[in-house]
Design a protein around this ligand. Structure first.
Ligand SMILES: [Zn+2]
Ligand SMILES: [Zn+2]
Ligand SMILES: [Zn+2]
Length: 259
């Protein structure tokens, strides 16, 4: 199917796009910017502009993340969606936003030297991160601190986490009352279909935290500045995972919630 049309959207549907395939293989980026916006690390496929079309852009917010590129997210639900380098006739977008079969696979991982200390393959020294962790968004408008170290970190491959992060999420539980806010002028909240609440930066789209309907609270691992002191412990909802990656890190995998 060389001319198949791929449809993508954010979780709330305020941003919808279509791309005429074939898509470029996925590149997973572990730079600090991609980690903060996605909440773990970002993965992107791409296509030439003439094969890309915005169907709905009511929620689309662009943030100039560097002199040479902008990042696009949904200002309503906070989904991480686009990366647009200046002057390039291609746009990169989240494979997690796509519906159905993507037809691509993960080809490489880049900026791995900036990856999290909590990755299973991390060779970072397990230094104690100090008494407090700090989370901050990419633009700096949102920041809070919380007790160190991070507890067990769970990667979630559910459809909601894939839509919001653009790939899959990684977060750890912490009591919400343990957070000390330094700045939250641009904090936005989105109520998910399941009754949870997601916190993100309205200006830069960075993923910050999630509060489940029952009040259980978790913080996105990719938003932590410096070492977390935590370890990725398991993958959950793998039955809903993307077709463009495979999990081979040896960690426990659960098709649904952790039993
Ligand atoms: Zn949205
Ligand atoms: Zn921000
Ligand atoms: Zn999830």
């Amino acid at each position: 199917m060389p001319n198949d049309i791929h449809r993508g959207s954010c979780l709330c549907g305020e941003v919808v796009f279509e791309v005429e395939g074939p898509l470029r293989d996925v590149i997973a980026c572990h730079c600090t910017q991609c980690r903060k916006t996605s909440g773990h690390y970002w993965a992107a496929t791409s296509a030439a502009h003439e094969r890309f079309r915005l169907v709905r852009d009511a929620g689309l917010v662009w943030y100039r993340s560097s002199p040479t590129a902008q990042r696009g997210h949904c200002g309503h639900c906070g989904a991480t969606l686009f990366w647009q380098p200046e002057g390039e006739a291609r746009i990169s977008f989240s494979p997690g936003a796509l519906e159905g079969v993507t037809g691509v696979q993960t080809a490489e991982h880049i900026f791995t030297e900036d990856g999290g200390d909590y990755y299973p393959e991390s060779t970072a020294p397990r230094t104690a991160p100090g008494a407090r962790l700090r989370s901050s968004c990419l633009c700096g408008a949102c920041a809070f601190n919380l007790p160190a170290p991070a507890g067990p970190i769970t990667a979630c491959h559910c459809t909601q986490c894939r839509k919001l992060s653009g790939h899959f999420s990684a977060s750890f539980d912490v009591p919400e009352t343990a957070l000390v806010w330094e700045s939250r002028g641009a904090l936005a909240e989105f109520t998910t279909p399941g009754g949870g609440t997601r916190g993100f930066c309205r200006d830069c789209g960075s993923s910050l935290w999630f509060r489940a309907a029952d009040g259980a609270f978790s913080v996105e691992a990719g938003g932590i500045d410096g070492p977390t002191g935590g370890h990725l412990a398991a993958h959950i909802f793998t039955a809903d995972g993307g077709d463009y990656y495979s999990l081979d890190d040896g960690l426990p995998q659960f098709a649904g919630a952790e039993p």
